[in-house]
Design a protein around this ligand. Structure first.
Ligand SMILES: [Zn+2]
Ligand SMILES: [Zn+2]
Length: 870
């Protein structure tokens, strides 16, 4: 075995080996309990970030654990075509070559995107492999592959036939840069500092005027009314009269509508049905005309009169100037308001009226709400259930058409002769209404989330009744971030129930976001991105996986720092060194464990091992990866390496049967611990396992606890032994007694049983605490000038005359005590300063409190040491 573990040398080798051996492959024919997972398909434009790393790690832990536990396990991978995102990337690429999408034309452009996808779109797949993801790559899918396209088509047609998909004029969110509609979820709201303009509209009869407040004066040419609240006494006389538009002079009515908030602005609201979603509704109620004054590209059109041809922001300036000149701009005030931005290109979106396709969601939502109420699907952590219900109960129709080229083109054909619409499973050659052959397909494509909503069943072969579909649907668990709960999870619920009659997954395991050490979102502009690929190069994949698993506690974001990863890399090295030590002591002939000839430390480590297995299994079942990882970590490092291996070294010196049995316990513990750890750290465990067994750990069973070996009495006996050693060691280190200097140990223990127990372990106690002579008894007198230590079973005395210079040590301790007291009062002062406690980041406050606790402990110890030195 190499002296040090080198991840680079082993990771690629083992991943390839696993794939070649077909260990990731699920077989529907096998009659074992099932466990299936579909991957949240990463975008083909994606490059691995920490979010993927966390998501993949969690899924792989579950999948490897279940696979080793005997389940027929499928983890189905794939990628998403990511409509707008991918189109933008390719557009940018061809722009850099001096061309444009329109120059290419639709057909050539789409071909170009496919080519791009072949070239770069699978980068993310290789990166998932580097993370060790044990996906069944033979079943890899893509949201635009043939099967998925068939599923999309079938769903669209069936929903259309049932009246759940329809085409309608509606006001939608529009990105003037991407030139496409966006769903409400695709709009990001950001608070911007703007202005609220107060504008005077004069009555046509000359009897007065109304003041209207607006943030978007460029839409004034599209106003078709001014609305006031019918209960507003200030405006009772105005209702039914007409006003002149301040810039174009067109006449519009004053109407009354309950929706107008009397408190807001002046209580009079300009109504622009074509450019504002709320005004659109008001317009519908009052039969107002819709006047579009802006084109889809954000440039003012004919209806804008003198402002025609101006960009929307240019137009705003021009209108303000004109109104200021003619006296209708009364005043402007600073105003902060939420402005919607395109989630892809960050352009300010424009509400726009257009003909779009919609899915009627209310009907689909009802069963999905019920399924969660009935517990057919479980959210972990449970708190997300409320978020889900709230959204589902207030669900709006889903605008699914996008005015882009990359995606599933909408399967609807228009007939110019009869204006009929033909929606069909296969491309029609004639109009289904009049039989005319002059038909053309809708140019739009479907929202990229439409195909991902079908992911859990379309990937398994639906609409065909495949064996995979029969066996693996519903899937066992979905692992996802909360940011796509509505985009994706809720829609999969609705579609799964609608088309499969059953929920798509039993459990939804929702994990948090990975942030930087200070809790800030990682972003390129902040320069705080920790790149998983660089981390894996530097520390190995296992270290990254173990770090993410240990830090993913429910409902809390991960604050990732490189030091943490480095720490868990050291854990890997610890495991490696322990294995090396064991291998070096293994005899040629394999040793078998004789359970009738175990020492107390042997029985203790086997008891702890089995308790750990039991706890870890339960924690994994509850999706508590953090607790499971922490439990394995402290078992392996603290209990096994720090304690048992040290006892084992002493036991092995006895030779003969004792040595053989000790080696057997070491091997047995390592063997079980490796299997327990494998889902978290697949590479290092495989590397060691192969040297132990010459077979793959992937085919070994996940350990199950042997209850007979769990012995609480043994655990507490061993605690006493370790307690004595720990006490003596820490005293020695505080008094700077070098390890070479032996100190006699007197143990005053009242109970005969405890004394016998301690005497039985005296060889180890002596060795591990560098003790000279040891004396035990019930009525031992404390020697002069001795340190006293209390442990649960009695007292320990260490005579120190001649060992240390008592006066010198006393001086040193007093000096240290003074420093500690100073430090404590400094922190006290800081923590009693409310300004600090309230304003400093919580992390900093917690750190100070933690430090305070530690100092208090130290203070107590030094004071007790000083007391007997006096
Ligand atoms: Zn955009
Ligand atoms: Zn027709």
């Amino acid at each position: 075995m190499n002296k040090t573990y080198n991840p680079k040398e082993v990771e690629e080798k083992w991943y390839k080996y696993w794939e070649d051996q077909g260990y990731f492959h699920a077989n529907y024919k096998e009659d074992r309990p099932l466990f299936s997972v579909v991957i949240p398909p990463p975008n083909i434009t994606g490059s691995l970030h920490m979010g993927h790393a966390l998501n993949t790690t969690i899924q792989d832990i579950l999948v490897r654990w279940k696979r080793m536990s005997g389940f027929n396990t499928l983890w189905l991978p794939g990628t998403d075509h990511a409509g707008i995102a991918t189109q933008n990337v390719v557009e940018r690429e061809i722009a850099s070559q001096g061309s444009s999408r329109n120059e290419y034309g639709r057909k050539k452009f789409v071909e170009k995107v496919w080519k791009w996808r072949e070239q770069y779109g699978r980068t993310i797949v290789y990166q998932l492999k580097r993370l060790g993801g044990s996906c069944d790559w033979s079943r890899e899918r893509f949201t635009m592959d043939e099967g998925m396209s068939a599923a999309v088509r079938e769903v669209f047609v069936r929903l259309y036939e049932e009246g759940l998909i329809c085409r309608d004029s509606y006001i939608i969110n529009w990105c003037p840069r991407c030139m496409t509609a966006l769903s409400d979820l695709e709009v990001e709201h950001e608070n911007l500092r703007g202005k609220l303009y107060h504008v005077r509209y004069n009555l046509t009869d000359g009897s007065g005027s109304l003041i209207v407040a607006t943030t978007r004066p460029e839409t004034i040419p599209g106003d078709t009314a001014v609305a006031v609240n019918p209960g507003d006494e200030r405006y009772g006389d105005f209702i039914g009269k007409t006003l002149f538009l301040p810039v174009t002079g067109r006449e519009i009515p004053v109407i009354a509508d309950d929706v107008v908030d009397m408190e807001f602005g002046t209580g009079a609201l300009k109504i622009t049905p074509a450019h504002d979603p709320n005004d659109f509704e008001v317009g519908n109620r009052h039969g107002l005309p819709r006047i579009k004054v802006m084109g889809d590209d954000g440039v003012m059109n004919d209806e804008a009169g003198p402002y025609k041809g101006m960009d929307r922001f240019q137009c705003r300036k021009a209108i303000l100037k004109d109104m200021s000149d003619n006296g209708s701009l009364i005043r402007e005030e600073d105003y902060v308001h939420a402005v919607g931005h395109c989630y892809r290109c960050k352009t300010i979106i424009e509400p726009n009226i257009s003909k779009q396709w919609f899915v009627r969601m209310k009907t689909l939502a009802a069963p999905a709400i019920k399924a969660a109420e009935d517990g057919a699907v479980r959210f972990i952590p449970k708190g997300w259930e409320n978020t889900y219900f709230e959204w589902m109960n207030n669900i709006k129709d889903w605008c699914i058409s996008r005015q882009i080229w990359w995606g599933h083109q909408i399967p609807a054909w228009y007939c110019d002769a009869c204006h009929g619409v033909t929606v069909s499973r296969t491309d029609p050659s004639s109009c289904s209404h009049c039989g005319g052959t002059e038909i053309r397909q809708d140019e739009d494509v479907l929202d990229t989330w439409f195909s991902s909503a079908l992911w859990p069943f379309s990937t398994l072969g639906w609409p065909k009744e495949t064996e995979d579909l029969k066996r693996f649907y519903p899937t066992s668990v979905l692992v996802t971030g909360f940011d796509i709960l509505f985009f994706w999870v809720a829609r999969m619920m609705m579609m799964g129930l609608k088309f499969m009659g059953e929920v798509p997954f039993r459990d939804v395991c929702i994990h948090a976001l990975v942030r930087d050490a200070e809790g800030q979102k990682m972003s390129k502009s902040r320069g705080n991105v920790i790149d998983p690929l660089i981390i894996m190069d530097k520390y190995g994949t296992d270290a990254l996986r173990f770090t993410l698993a240990s830090m993913t506690s429910p409902g809390r974001d991960i604050k990732l720092s490189e030091e943490r990863i480095e720490g868990y890399r050291n854990f890997g090295n610890k495991i490696w060194n322990a294995a090396r030590f064991i291998f070096m002591n293994m005899p040629e002939e394999p040793v078998t464990l004789d359970c009738t000839a175990l020492s107390l430390p042997d029985r203790w480590i086997l008891s702890r091992l089995n308790s750990t297995v039991k706890d870890v299994t339960q924690m994994l079942g509850e999706y508590r990866f953090d607790l499971a990882a922490g439990t394995i970590y402290s078992f392996f490092w603290r209990e096994f390496c720090d304690w048992y291996v040290e006892f084992a070294k002493i036991q092995m010196q006895e030779g003969g049967k004792r040595k053989d049995n000790t080696v057997a316990v070491l091997v047995n513990t390592l063997d079980t611990a490796l299997r327990m750890l494998h889902p978290f750290m697949p590479f290092i465990t495989e590397e060691i396992w192969q040297q132990l067994h010459s077979s793959s750990i992937m085919t070994a069973p996940y350990p199950s606890a042997e209850d007979a070996l769990i012995d609480e009495a043994v655990e507490s006996q061993m605690e006493s032994v370790m307690d004595i050693i720990k006490n003596i060691r820490s005293l020695r280190s505080e008094l700077n007694i070098p390890p070479s200097k032996e100190v006699d140990v007197y143990l005053k223990i009242d109970s005969d049983a405890v004394r016998k127990l301690i005497e039985g372990q005296m060889v180890c106690i002596k060795r591990l605490s560098s003790a000279g002579n040891t004396i035990t008894g019930a009525d031992i007198q404390r020697p002069e000038l001795s340190a006293i230590l209390i442990f649960p079973g009695g007292e320990i005395y260490l005579p120190l005359a001649g060992i240390i210079d008592i006066d010198k040590e006393k001086g040193l301790l007093e000096k240290r005590l003074k420093n500690i007291n100073d430090e404590i009062s400094r922190i006290d002062k800081k923590l009693s300063n409310m300004d600090f406690v309230e304003k400093a980041p919580q992390e900093v406050v917690l750190k100070e409190k933690e430090k305070h606790r530690e100092l208090m402990d130290q203070k107590e110890r030094i004071e007790s040491n000083l007391s007997w030195l006096k």
